[in-house]
Design a protein around this ligand. Structure first.
Ligand code: GLY
Length: 354
């Protein structure tokens, strides 16, 4: 059991960089890790309003909240503001915010003067459980998610779970999708513990959430240590994302909600290909039902065409993360033709159930 105020340190050391995750910590825990001068804080206007008073001393650069800020143009604009503000190669960027801020601040830190030091204070469930850890940075290219990006490990990530109590319900739900993802790919016990604590989770209870986040982040950290640049095993962390990214852009829904629907589709695909028994699909559905995120979305007409632009697609097939069971994921190359056949089967099934 986790106690508030007790910081849990998890190291991600890779040949490409080292990162220290401070889970359950607070602002005083990062004071010794920050430079005495040359700090630039990238945040969004919402987070600035909520936490600006506890920001460490530094130049604050704000962006508008939301996915529309995750562009190369915005990263370029931030580089311009860094230059104007006197940032040089010894400067330090602190991304203070949720998933969008972490992806954008990481991207900016990795390209400004060919890379400056950076770290995060992660304020949303989505970023605490996923986006801020592992060293992926990203911006979108038009309607395609995370097509431009780099790998650069943040020096540290502070996850103060008390910050989650200010999250709107929709954001909490969205982060829950990524929390569930880690359980579904690797840890059946975590899956049932999330299910048993759902009421407290949806209330944003920082102690319960802190415990679940810590367990999920340990899963992510172990995968990233083995494969920091996503050459192979790390692909498993993309469970639900291939379908999810298409739905996120098409319906303009929050990332984690789209990933949740994407996980259900990937689980349906796993049952359809015979990789997983149908009973496991029902197990996953029953947990997702409890989250209030069982969105009934029509699949876009051109879903397979849109999936073919995904980073995981190569030469007429796509690396899909499928399930053998809840808690056990595998990566398989699936021809786009087979995905088309599945999509038709899925649509027919939905029509028949109407
Ligand atoms: N969000 C998936 C990863 O970091 O690999």
């Amino acid at each position: 059991m986790l106690f508030l105020g007790t910081v849990n340190r998890v190291k991600i050391n890779t040949p490409h960089g080292r990162s220290m995750l401070l889970l359950g910590g607070e602002m005083k825990d990062i004071e010794p890790l920050l430079p005495a001068t040359g700090l630039f804080i990238i945040t969004d206007t919402n987070v600035h309003g909520l936490y600006g008073r506890i920001f460490p001393p530094g130049v604050v650069l704000t962006v508008e909240p939301g996915e529309q800020s995750k562009t190369l143009g915005k990263a370029e604009e931030l580089c311009g503001r860094l230059l104007q503000g006197g940032a040089d190669r010894s400067s330090f960027i602190l991304g203070f915010g949720g998933g969008v801020v972490c992806d954008l601040a990481g991207m900016t830190a990795s390209i400004y003067m060919r890379g400056v030091r950076h770290a995060f204070v992660s304020t949303s469930l989505l970023s605490q459980v996923d986006a801020s850890t592992g060293g992926k940075t990203a911006v979108n290219l038009g309607d395609y998610k995370n097509i431009i990006g780099t790998f650069k490990q943040p020096e540290f990530v502070l996850c103060d779970h008390r910050m989650l109590s200010t999250l709107p319900e929709e954001e909490l739900q969205s982060g829950l999708g990524e929390l569930i993802k880690h359980a579904v790919i690797r840890d059946r016990n975590l899956f049932f513990d999330i299910s048993a604590s759902m009421t407290k989770v949806l209330d944003g209870d920082p102690v319960i959430l802190g415990d679940l986040i810590r367990r999920a982040v340990r899963i992510k950290a172990s995968v990233v240590r083995r494969d920091p640049l996503e050459k192979g095993p790390r692909r498993v962390l993309n469970f639900g994302h291939t379908f999810g990214h298409v739905l996120e852009i098409y319906y303009r829904i929050p990332h984690g909600v789209a990933v949740t629907k994407g996980m259900l589709l990937a689980a349906e695909l796993s049952a359809w290909t015979g990789d997983m028994p149908h009973s496991e699909l029902r197990t996953l559905e029953s947990l997702i039902e409890k989250t209030g995120m069982l969105p009934e979305l029509e699949l876009p007409a051109n879903i397979v065409g849109m999936m073919s632009h995904d980073k995981k697609a190569e030469e007429g097939s796509i690396n899909m993360v499928l399930l053998r069971a809840v808690g056990r994921a595998v990566v398989k190359r699936v021809p786009l033709q087979e995905i088309s056949a599945f999509v038709n089967f899925y649509r027919e099934g939905k029509k028949a159930n109407r």
